[in-house]
Design a protein around this ligand. Structure first.
Ligand code: FCB
Length: 453
């Protein structure tokens, strides 16, 4: 797990204008699930289904960020972060998803934004990180085309309240994960296992994105609008045609499926073929969604997927780390060169105006030493190597302007509950004190940011 990258030399590879950030999402950290008029989200419901989440963990309390946000902002400022990407909990501000507004919920985000600005940390608002109001799921959720209208009303509310203070906006986080893990594989809320539904959800997210961009632009004249797409690197397990087709199919049906339409090219044909072949589009009528009008692309990158085909049938493939690969506690294959490759591929395919790495980070088990410190050398090394890989892409002209570590705090990692720690700051869930302690990786990030300025 050692690497030879010198931090001072690494810092010199970034200009002083580079954005150093943290990313997080509402349900994973806020807690206060039943407080101040918050409505129920699909994750509140899903987490209560037997077997859905390890140890029957929920986000009811999470990191209690809802109450401890001043301390969390202080921690970010201490580390030297220049930006914070967080999401708004839709049911906190509109408990039923449409109609009545919950002022106390809006006030929380106002306080958070004020606190961030006061600490010199630029807020970046992500409108949707998977915690849909349950009341909207009861009306079909993202499979219902009406969602573009619901999302528009919600966006207009947030943009009118916070638009004078916040210029950086994101519409969606990982629309592929939300569509497929939540509606085809059923392992995320709302736990549906039906591919045609998942494909409708994919399409409706793109339409909802296109619907709200002009709403944000009219409320926020200097707005910079992006969307966070998860593009991990998919490589074929062998040189066989089958494996190569499977790896290409993986990218086309997950990644280019969203990015092609966002860049005005409509649904990619090389994605349609395997999706049709597998029957995933049965009964789904697709017309090309409108383009995305993006100021920047957010890239969430974590790992390399090694794809093996089991037959010539589309989707009859699996993706897992090859034997002996270096993996994190998520069993994700650590592959920094994949980040360089995916940044280059985004540039080659789409020439976006700008890219920010909107999530990157690693889960490892942490040991709290008798003196209270957490020496997470593996996490530090992961981040260090990925930043070097990002700098390699910048050196070839890819316009990467920022990097957001996932995450500031250890938090609720979806179906894994609190068993996977991604934070540069340790949270004491065991004692229930939720005490925060900056880990070695956090101190390293702090020193790097100082050296880079
Ligand atoms: C991403 C999600 C984020 C977190 C990280 C580990 O896919 O956007 O919420 O779970 O993975």
């Amino acid at each position: 797990m050692t690497d030879e990258i010198d931090s001072t030399a690494l810092a010199r590879r970034f200009s002083s204008a580079f954005t150093w950030g943290f990313a997080a999402s509402a349900y994973q950290i806020e807690g206060a699930a039943a407080e101040d008029g918050r409505g129920i989200s699909i994750w509140d419901t899903f987490a209560r289904q037997p077997g859905a989440v390890l140890n029957t963990d929920t986000g009811d309390v999470a990191c209690d960020h809802y109450h401890r946000y001043p301390e969390d902002v202080r921690l970010m400022a201490e580390i030297g972060a220049s930006a914070y990407r967080f999401s708004i909990s839709w049911p906190r501000v509109m408990p039923a998803g449409t109609g009545a507004v919950n002022q106390r919920g809006l006030d929380f985000y106002q306080r958070l934004v004020d606190e961030l600005l006061g600490a010199g940390v630029q807020p970046m608002i992500n409108l949707f990180h998977w915690d849909l109001p349950q009341a909207l799921q009861d009306r079909g959720g993202f499979a219902n085309p009406e969602v573009a209208g619901w999302f528009s009303d919600y966006t207009a509310l947030i943009a009118s309240r916070l638009g004078d203070l916040v210029t950086d906006w994101m519409t969606f986080n990982e629309p592929a994960v939300f569509a497929f893990l939540a509606h085809a594989e059923g392992i995320h809320a709302p736990g549906i296992r039906h591919w045609p539904t998942a494909m409708r959800v994919a399409d409706n997210q793109l339409r909802a994105h296109a619907a709200v961009v002009p709403i944000i632009r009219s409320a926020v004249p200097r707005a910079r609008i992006g969307v966070a797409i998860d593009v991990n690197q998919a490589v074929p397990a062998t040189d066989s045609d089958r494996d190569r087709r499977a790896a290409d199919g993986w990218h086309a049906t997950r990644d280019w499926w969203f990015l092609d339409p966002l860049f005005g090219r409509g649904d990619p044909k090389d994605g349609r073929e395997p999706l049709c072949g597998a029957g995933h589009l049965e009964g789904v009528e697709l017309t090309d969604p409108p383009p995305g009008d993006l100021d920047y692309v957010g890239l969430n990158y974590y790992r390399r997927e090694t794809v093996s085909a089991h037959s010539d049938r589309a989707f009859d493939w699996t993706a897992e780390p090859p034997a002996g690969a270096e993996v994190t506690d998520m069993n994700w294959h650590v592959a920094p060169d994949g980040l360089t490759a995916m940044l280059a591929e985004l540039q080659r395919r789409y020439s976006p105006k700008e890219i920010v790495v909107s999530e990157n980070g690693a889960a490892y088990e942490d040991v709290v030493e008798p003196d209270g410190s957490i020496r997470d050398a593996a996490r530090e090394s992961y981040i260090r190597r990925h930043l070097a890989a990002l700098a390699d892409a910048r050196d070839t002209g890819v316009p990467v302007t920022g990097y957001f570590v996932w995450s500031l705090l250890d938090n609720f990692e979806w179906s894994y509950g609190y068993t996977k720690r991604f934070g540069l700051v340790h949270v004491d869930f065991e004692s229930k004190t939720l005490r925060r302690t900056i880990k070695q990786s956090g101190r390293w990030y702090q020193n790097l940011i100082v050296a880079a300025r």
